[in-house]
Design a protein around this ligand. Structure first.
Ligand code: CO
Length: 188
């Protein structure tokens, strides 16, 4: 499947609000190929040459519903730096990811979130859990995985899993006070 700015559905398409269903495991060829295509999109989107040539907008994650397929499949590629300045790299091709626990402590990105399916600016804090524990099948390693995520990576995973519920990041922005400080929250 060709995935680019033209084939990614936007939030003016009601499909983006549709609930995604779990897939059967082991993955059928069609689902596995879709997951690989999603992953490839995210990888290529941060390569300036490919992005330009193939009309890709830079992303750290994409979910199947964003190409109009309501299945619980998502690909993420996240680079971050820990408190000691070490590089962190996470990449997954996830089927049926479930949040099995989440911290009471909150966190949000200082500059807000973005989404391949959202063109308009939506400014404001998107408050999420600071840490989440997720179980999923990961096609990249062909294993069932338990992911303990924190920081930016935890935000990305929650954003992608929200796509399965038809939720977009700006649904969480406090319309009366978009930049309301959240006591105790970690600002990223
Ligand atoms: Co998104």
């Amino acid at each position: 499947m060709t995935i680019n700015q033209n084939t990614i559905i936007k939030d003016d398409n009601p499909l983006i609000r549709q609930k995604s269903l779990p897939v059967s495991l082991p993955l059928c060829n069609e689902d596995a190929q879709l997951l690989r295509d999603l992953f490839q999109y995210v990888k290529d989107s941060t390569d300036p040459e490919k992005a330009e040539k193939e009309n890709l907008r830079a992303a750290v994650g994409i979910s199947a519903i964003q190409v109009g397929i309501p299945k619980q499949l998502t690909a993420v590629v996240v680079n971050d730096i820990d408190n000691d300045g070490n590089d962190l790299h996470y990449e997954y091709m996830l089927a049926n990811p479930r949040i099995i626990s989440s911290s009471v402590q909150k966190s949000y990105l200082e500059n807000g979130e973005g989404c391949l399916s959202v063109i308009d600016e939506h400014e404001g804090f998107v408050v999420r859990s600071a840490r989440v524990k997720i179980q999923a099948y990961d096609l990249l390693t062909d294993k069932n995985v338990t992911i303990r995520a924190r920081g930016y990576f935890a935000i990305v995973l929650q954003h992608e899993i929200d796509h399965f519920k038809g939720i977009l990041f700006y649904d969480y922005i406090n319309s009366k006070d978009p930049f309301a400080k959240v006591p105790g929250a970690i600002v990223i």
